[in-house]
Design a protein around this ligand. Structure first.
Ligand SMILES: C[S@@+](CC[C@H](N)C(=O)[O-])C[C@H]1O[C@@H](n2cnc3c(N)ncnc32)[C@H](O)[C@@H]1O
Length: 592
């Protein structure tokens, strides 16, 4: 009997029922799915809880010596996955024989990037999935290694058990090709149930088909406490349903039966869908091997590394640290409180087409805080936005799907294209969003900002001095010769010396030299202790820049103090009161 028919037959003998008018079919190139054979208003599929493959089955099969294993593993489902691999090794006599025979196998599960060839994974380059794939596999290796290392003696192992364990030490030195070849080849060997590829196969089945274990919490037949976070169960037959993000479905346990119900009305020929939840393309591709074009639930994950010692201060200033529970859809909320240590690999944020999280913006704004700034200042707000925009822009620039043909017959290539294209689109729209935020802040606060262009318009004496000494007159020349920073340094010292130029109302031009810059300069001067190494470092610049000016335009550069010290203070001040933006890397000063 064909595998699907065999499965349905086994399930119905076990007591599962399917609404009239719903049939399971295997359609060429599309796999198994359920369809309506007539108009159906609401559909139901019920399976007895005893039919589910779950931790209690693993505990029963492996015996009481295995009882503590789930608590010692890195993943609560490790033992259940190993049990699935074990049952597959003697599928003919397994209580789940019909089910396991119907499950996809290596190498035909190649839609998931775990089984892609190195040429195919190379196309993911620059994306989150591309950079995390090998790390994801390494995590599964560690999870596998731990669980097989603590298997009790009483469980009989396959003949290759110790060779399998040798793989653990060797895999770290494997090239992508070697690893791929080993996984795909060895994964098809059913009898070798403690091998890594067998465990990976079981892990992929769990990713592809499992349901949250807590759904069975009201069942009487199952003695295991499923409240535990992340525990998972396999529900034969129900897991044949494909995914639609708009399907209206309910999952429940009633009278020791798992009940799937859909309230989406179906016409004859329509497919009956499950709803796997709001999943982005990254998760869909890795777990299920497909992507949804224009997926409304898609997002881009942005991991920001922050020294953990800065986090308490940032939290005090209103930053809300992202919590795992903020972005998982688990019904059972974890009681576990995150500790700062949980963030040592970085803080994870999700941007969508419509939304850039406020806390991500705030984080970037705090990351640019200078020692003068005790709370969120205008400079931090602008500089942070600018840094965030650049971070998103450079991440987007890493993605290139232009060489992947839109009509590729290779579904993996086609899915890569859909994935990358939408990731880029989301990042492009986030950049636009951040630019709008920058623009409105700049417009709203423009009287607090000082650009070099505006200094140029007002301070013609200064402008002329630069023509004489540096040979630049226009803004374009300054940008081209990359003199912006040097000119700002001079200007800050000029502001510091402002009282030397202003002797009366007639010194109109110098009256524009902002008093707040002078005050900030004095404050920075008081806080600056010069290191001898710094003096040596700045000496050259001083001699090349200030000394010639001092002689050529004494009415500016020979009034007040123009020593190496002022040059050093000016440099520190520019970093503290300025921020850089735009493609010209224009430095703008923000009034403190
Ligand atoms: C839980 S299984 C469903 C049963 C599966 N169709 C089979 O043949 O065994 C999930 C798999 O079904 C396929 N699938 C589910 N929903 C899909 C969708 N909306 N578009 C494309 N493939 C889908 C993917 O191959 C996915 O890995």
């Amino acid at each position: 009997m064909a595998t699907l028919a065999n499965l349905i037959d086994w399930a119905s003998k076990k007591g599962s029922t399917v609404s009239e008018g719903i049939e399971f079919k295997n359609v060429d190139n599309e796999g198994n799915a359920a369809y309506a054979s007539k108009d159906v208003n609401a559909a139901e599929i019920k399976i007895p809880v005893s039919m589910a493959l779950k931790l209690s089955d693993a505990l029963e099969a492996f015996g009481k010596e295995a009882r503590d294993i789930p608590l010692k593993t890195r993943n609560i489902n490790a033992l259940t996955k190993l049990y699935l691999a074990y049952e597959r090794s003697h599928v003919e006599t397994s209580p789940f024989s019909a089910y396991i025979s119907s499950l996809p196998q290596f190498p035909e599960m190649k839609a998931s990037p775990y089984l892609w060839s190195p040429e195919e994974t190379a196309k993911l380059k620059g994306s989150n999935l591309g950079s995390s794939l090998r790390g994801n596999i390494a995590n599964i290796v560690e999870e596998w290694w731990l669980v097989i290392s603590i298997l009790p003696e009483s469980i009989e192992k396959p003949s290759n058990h110790f060779v399998n364990m040798k793989f653990y030490y060797e895999q770290k030195f494997h090239t992508e090709e070697e690893l791929h070849k080993y996984i795909v080849g060895e994964g098809a060997a059913f009898d070798n149930w403690t091998s890594f590829p067998s465990y990976l196969w079981a892990s992929m089945i769990f990713k592809l088909r499992s349901f949250p274990g807590y759904l069975l919490k009201d069942s009487k037949t199952d003695p295991v406490n499923y409240q535990q976070e992340d525990s998972a169960v396999l529900l034969p037959v129900i897991d044949l349903l494909n995914h639609s993000p708009s399907a209206q479905v309910v999952w429940a346990v009633q009278n020791d039966q798992f009940v799937f119900s859909s309230s989406t009305p179906l016409k004859a020929g329509d497919q009956l869908f499950n709803n796997y939840g709001q999943k982005g393309n990254e998760e869909l591709l890795l777990a299920y091997g497909f992507c949804i074009d224009n997926n409304e639930a898609d997002s881009v994950a942005l991991k920001v590394k922050v020294p953990v010692e800065l986090l308490p201060e940032m939290e005090k200033n209103g930053l809300k640290l992202p919590k795992i529970s903020d972005y998982t859809t688990s019904v059972v909320k974890s009681e576990k409180k995150e500790s700062y240590d949980d963030y040592k690999d970085g803080l994870l944020f999700f941007i969508t087409k419509q939304h850039v999280p406020d806390n991500l913006v705030l984080l970037f704004q705090f990351l640019v805080k200078s020692k003068w700034e005790t709370s969120l200042t205008l400079r931090m707000r602008l500089s942070g936005l600018n840094h965030l925009r650049q971070a998103v822009e450079s991440k987007a620039a890493l993605l290139d799907y232009s060489k992947l043909p839109a009509d590729s017959s290779n579904t993996n290539t086609a899915n890569t294209r859909i994935y990358l294209k939408l990731q880029k689109k989301i990042m492009d729209s986030a950049v636009k969003h951040i630019k709008r935020m920058e623009k409105s802040l700049l417009d709203e606060q423009k009287n607090k900002l000082l650009t070099l262009k505006s200094v140029y318009k007002r301070d013609t004496k200064f402008l002329r001095s630069l023509l004489i000494t540096m040979g630049v007159l226009t803004w374009e020349e300054i940008v081209e010769k990359q003199l912006m920073d040097q000119i700002w340094l001079l200007y800050l010292i000029r502001c510091y010396n402002r009282d030397e130029y202003i002797k009366g109302a007639q010194d109109e031009e110098e009256n524009y030299l902002p008093e707040w810059i002078k005050k900030a300069f004095i404050k920075m001067d008081a806080e600056t202790s010069m290191e001898p190494a710094e003096v040596v470092q700045f000496r050259q610049l001083y001699e090349n820049m200030i000394i010639p000016m001092n002689e050529a335009v004494p009415e500016i550069y020979n009034k007040g103090k123009w020593t190496v010290r002022e040059l050093i203070v000016s440099t520190k001040l520019l970093d503290t009161i300025g921020f850089v933006r735009g493609k010209d890397q224009e430095c703008i000063l923000v009034e403190q």
